[in-house]
Design a binder for this molecule. Structure first.
Ligand SMILES: NC(=O)c1ccc[n+]([C@@H]2O[C@H](COP(=O)([O-])OP(=O)(O)OC[C@H]3O[C@@H](n4cnc5c(N)ncnc54)[C@H](OP(=O)(O)O)[C@@H]3O)[C@@H](O)[C@H]2O)c1
Length: 244
């Protein structure tokens, strides 16, 4: 890993993104972190810089706002970014398609599809220069659909298809592309999904031990540290006791 360069992580204020920041910081990697909750990012920056002596640059970016994404990429234009972890995303609601709120659908589409795509699009010129790695966080939901998951599942299938197309398109540039598809992972995801209702969110873990963010960060580090000629295409990671 080239520690003069930066890893850009979207959605680094909590859960999987935050854990990826920690695991890469331990490797001595400089970081560029984005999310909407700036106070959270400030805490992460303070902790990682003091513990690991790396540089952490933080930016408040709402990935639903294409203008904010474009301005952010202008600000980092001179930074050598060689890893992108395109992770920011969310599920909203779990109602039947006909009963779900249009606002929830829009939020998932704008974040998981539009924001994800714009970030990948603008990051490619950086990655082509530095020739390293793009990692996209999809989900088991991109492969296995469930009632009440229509738009979320669709958005994650989209992430998986884009990843595959990009791996093929970038194969001659030495940029590797990996799709990481987690199963149920204990983060803020399930509370966010139920609009802040933690009790309802915690029911997602009933009856089995969920994955931890660290488990997903470990997989990401594994994919990143394979020899140059090895491109881990897709990793589907499930909790052992989840029999779906
Ligand atoms: N947890 C699971 O069971 C699970 C399973 C499969 C896949 N995933 C995927 O894993 C990824 C990370 O989720 P997580 O489980 O770590 O959930 P989380 O703890 O809720 O973290 C989500 C992150 O995404 C950021 N984010 C959400 N909307 C954003 C926006 N509009 N602009 C910028 N940042 C935004 C959040 O930051 P701010 O709120 O501060 O902006 C936060 O840092 C998501 O793509 C999710 O779909 C999760």
């Amino acid at each position: 890993m080239n520690n003069q360069n930066y890893a850009l992580i979207t959605g680094a204020s909590s859960g999987i993104g935050k854990e990826c920041a920690e695991i890469l910081a331990k490797e001595g990697k400089n970081l560029i972190l984005i999310a909407r909750r700036m106070e959270r990012l400030e805490e992460v920056k303070k902790q990682l810089e003091s513990e690991y002596g790396i540089e952490v640059l933080i930016y408040q970016v709402d990935v639903m706002d294409m203008r904010q994404i474009e301005d952010f990429f202008k600000e980092i234009a001179d930074k050598p970014v060689d890893i992108l972890i395109n992770n920011a995303g969310l599920g909203r609601g779990k109602s039947k398609f006909e009963d779900a709120s249009w606002r929830d659908f829009e939020e998932m589409i704008e974040t998981n599809i539009k924001g994800f795509t714009r970030i990948a699009h603008l990051a490619i010129p950086f990655l082509k220069k530095t020739k390293v790695h793009m990692l996209n966080i999809s989900s088991i939901a991109g492969q296995q659909v469930y009632g009440g998951g229509s738009v979320y599942c669709g958005s994650k299938a989209f992430v998986q298809m884009i990843s595959r197309a990009l791996r093929l398109e970038l194969k001659d540039t030495n940029v590797r592309v990996t799709d990481i598809a987690p199963g149920v992972t204990e983060t803020e995801f399930w509370t966010v999904r139920f609009h802040g209702d933690k009790e309802k969110g915690n029911k997602a873990y009933q009856g089995f031990t969920p994955l931890r963010s660290e488990d997903i960060a470990d997989c990401i580090l594994f994919a990143l540290t394979r020899p140059k000629h090895v491109n881990i295409d897709t990793m589907l990671v499930m909790p052992t006791e989840d029999r779906r």
